[in-house]
Design a protein around this ligand. Structure first.
Ligand code: XMP
Length: 513
């Protein structure tokens, strides 16, 4: 059984920056949406059983030598199609309309003159706002198509075929700058494609649990649980499906935040009845890191040691058949290996031995990050797990510059905990992508109680980001910075100076190493 067979639409991806957004908007409307490459064959599209197809936008001109195009047989499938931006230009060209090359781009918020209220535009006003971002434009629609809207620059800003359920818009209904965009998508999904909105987290959960249960049977499943959102939700879901057949391994490498290990080791067995093996590998990691200060060497040592510990635990358990991974949908789409089912065969995952012959269970492989959080809520998981910030695998190892020692870890954990407490107190926790303390390898002179001090400087970092590719520093209120600074220097005797990092990414990175 494939997931969500009963109701789905497909976004055919022509490489547009908003392609994922179309899929997300559709899911917000409770219609499951899958993204496939534009080159997907007609047979494959038929086999997917979609109720509708949406052509995404894309950066190409249809006049480019290698402009992406789908098989024109798609128009004969009898499945409703909505073309967006490049998708509209392609539809126009493939069906015999006229598309002119860009002289200049039309970009930004525009007035849309609606003069034909077809099924897509039912209920719209005569003039609506829309968001345009295109070069080429459709000059004349294909034969039998009607022009349904225009803008000052685009004579055909929307078009449709009265009988064939083919619709196209030059603007982007998926962005918030098109205020009626979601309404338009809803019309397409519900009124034109006949969807009913069956995609809910409750239905996804039920379906996935029974799918995992069916496939695993009485075999053994292993999961590396870091306490991060993805691995935590994946583990709790698989536990619900197969109970005691699942064993999770949590490796404490001693580079976690204050209280983190205790929290993970308590919540998962207590609240979710998960078999959890906690491995205290703190000594082991610290001794391997002794004397090492090069950032890349540190990362490498931590990564290798992690896998070694994990392998040893897997060996102790005996023959394991499945490994749970928290892979998300964007990774699946980007790697070009659209996953057809929850479970697929895999060897040698992340350095694990070949002879384990593990099969992967990737229960989140259909979901976006915010959907994983919603699924976690459906599973009754607490906020402190679901809203955890991204935390690097090497942990505090890349936030302690220079050699990592137990003493430095303890200092940084305290400073980080104070920063977190104050951010929470100020009600800013959910608004910030990531914030943390860093311990540079730096001591300076200070004065305290009339005495000279010579102690560490701690740096605070707080950033806003969408996807960690770029980031801006957070303009934290001075009062919050003041409270954090004064608490850190008075409560941690090894710190006498606090600085705030005000660099963006690029040119900096979010982490310091
Ligand atoms: P940078 O420092 O490259 O970080 O701007 C971007 C994002 O990735 C996180 N990060 C990691 N996450 N393993 C991870 O799972 C790692 O080795 C790692 N290094 C950086 C970082 O916290 C930020 O969110």
């Amino acid at each position: 059984m494939l997931l969500h067979k009963q109701e789905k639409v497909i976004v055919l991806d022509f490489g547009g920056q908003y392609s994922h957004l179309v899929a997300r908007r559709s899911r917000e409307l409770k219609v499951f949406c899958e993204m496939l490459p534009f080159s997907t064959s007609i047979e494959e599209l038929k086999a997917r059983g979609a109720k509708g197809i949406i052509f995404s936008g894309g950066p190409s001109s249809i006049y480019d030598h290698s402009a992406p195009a789908c098989d024109p047989g798609i128009y004969n499938l009898g499945i409703p199609i909505l073309g967006i931006c490049y998708g509209m230009q392609l539809m126009a060209r493939q069906l015999g309309g006229a598309v002119s090359r860009a002289v200049h781009r039309e970009f930004g918020r525009k007035e849309l003159q609606v003069f034909e209220r077809d099924r897509l535009f039912a209920g719209l006003e005569q003039v609506e706002q829309c968001w345009m971002s295109h070069g080429d434009l459709v000059e004349a629609p294909p034969p039998a198509f009607k022009v349904t809207a225009m803008t000052g620059e685009a004579p055909v800003a929307a078009m449709s075929h009265p009988n064939l359920d083919l619709y196209a818009v030059q603007f982007h209904p998926e962005v918030v700058q098109t205020p009626k965009g979601q309404e338009i998508l809803k019309k397409f999904l519900y009124d034109i494609c006949g969807c009913q909105g069956l995609w809910t987290m409750a239905s996804f959960l039920e379906e996935t649990v029974s799918e995992v249960r069916r496939q695993v049977g009485d075999k053994k499943v292993l999961c590396g649980l870091s306490g991060g959102v993805d691995s935590s939700v994946a583990a709790v879901l698989v536990q619900r499906a197969v109970g005691d057949h699942l064993t999770c391994v949590f490796v404490d490498h001693g580079l976690l935040r204050k209280g983190e290990a205790e929290q993970v080791l308590k919540i998962f067995p207590d609240k979710f009845k998960i078999n959890l093996i906690g491995v205290d590998a703190r000594e082991r990691f610290l001794s391997r890191l002794a004397g090492v200060s090069d950032p890349e060497r540190k990362r490498k040592i931590i990564g290798e040691e992690f896998i070694r510990v994990f392998e040893e635990e897997a060996d102790k358990l005996g023959q394991v058949d499945y490994l749970v991974q928290g892979t998300l949908y964007p990774d699946v789409v980007e790697s070009g290996t659209a996953t057809a089912a929850v479970i697929k065969s895999h060897h040698n995952v992340g350095g694990l031995p070949e002879d384990m012959r593990l099969k992967l269970i990737e229960p989140l492989c259909w979901l976006y990050k915010d959907e994983v959080r919603a699924l976690g809520e459906e599973l009754g998981m607490p906020e402190e797990v679901l809203w955890r910030q991204p935390f690097p695998g090497p942990g505090l190892g890349v936030r302690i510059l220079g050699e990592v020692t137990a003493a430095k870890v303890a200092i940084l954990q305290e400073a980080d905990a104070i920063f977190t407490e104050e951010i929470r107190k100020a009600g800013l926790y959910r608004q910030i992508w990531q914030f943390f303390a860093v311990l540079p390898d730096l001591k300076s002179v200070g004065v305290m109680g009339d005495k000279r001090t010579y102690a560490y400087t701690v740096a605070l970092r707080a950033v806003h980001s969408q996807d960690a590719m770029t980031a801006d520093w957070v303009r934290l209120p001075y009062e919050v910075l003041e409270a954090v600074s004064s608490r850190i220097v008075s409560e941690i005797k090894d710190i006498n100076r606090v600085v705030y990092d005000i660099t963006t990414k690029p040119p900096s990175t979010i982490e310091w190493e």
